[in-house]
Design a binder for this molecule. Structure first.
Ligand code: C5P
Length: 225
């Protein structure tokens, strides 16, 4: 079986950066599962589909017309032919994502699309339920967390860097709401797998977090020789 490393955790914990570093270190494929929920939320909004219209949401998720273009320096994401790479990163689309993500039929519709990313030589999968639901047999499961204040600060700097005008207080409140929805939902709630290695990145920089993760990768014999 093609090996999988899962990186789960709440928003703003640094999963994206850590996953990118691991992907590069290993030369493996990368699944950004959050992007699929963001795309589904955005598509629902664009098509005027209500977040409680389960049959329509399920159809939308199943037939999502998405293209990931990794030919350039950064991966571009197209929804129905439109470049939405930056649009889907806003906190507004994050909120849409967490609403559609709480709908079981949406999660079912995206299941196979996510598993199809498991291709040789290996996959780094970033999300909330990668280790618990999508890849329960993963060779290594990492759960990355950080204090809510630290996560709000990081998201603030990340969005500001991309030119988005955001207030840190509003961001902290939006992150708190999203965490609450993700943690308390009945379907695939955010929680570490029983066999996950938990890293609290509060007070650590990305190099220190990467070092801790790579130690685990080596321990599992997954590092390239
Ligand atoms: O990781 P990201 O912030 O892009 O995820 C956006 C939202 O999508 C999350 O807040 C969560 O509600 C949902 N999500 C999920 N399961 C995943 C990945 C993301 O429910 N595997």
């Amino acid at each position: 079986m093609t090996p999988v490393i899962t990186v789960d955790g709440p928003s703003g914990a640094g999963k994206g950066t850590l996953s990118a570093r691991l992907t590069q270190f290993l030369g493996w494929h990368f699944l950004d599962s959050g992007a699929l929920y963001r795309l589904t939320g955005l598509a629902a909004t664009n098509h005027g589909v209500a977040f409680d219209n389960e049959p329509a949401l399920s159809l939308l998720a199943e037939h999502l017309d998405v293209r990931f273009d990794s030919s350039g320096e950064r991966t571009l994401i197209f929804l129905e032919g439109d470049d939405v790479t930056d649009t889907i990163r806003t906190e507004d689309v994050g909120a849409m994502a967490s609403k559609v993500a709480a709908v079981q039929v949406v999660r079912d519709a995206l299941l196979n699309r996510q598993r199809a990313f498991q291709e040789a030589p290996g996959l780094v999968a970033d999300g909330r339920d990668m280790g618990t639901v999508i890849f329960p047999e993963a060779e290594l499961k990492l759960f990355l967390t950080a204090s809510p204040e630290e996560r709000a600060k990081r998201r603030y700097l990340q969005l500001k860097d991309k030119g988005h005008d955001v207030s840190i207080a509003r961001l902290a409140e939006e992150i708190r709401l999203r965490d609450e929805r993700d943690t308390n939902r009945s379907v695939s709630p955010l929680k570490p797998a029983d066999d996950a290695f938990v890293i609290d990145s509060s007070g650590l920089n990305i190099d220190e977090v990467t070092d801790l993760a790579i130690q685990q990768v080596k321990k599992k014999g997954l590092a390239p020789s």
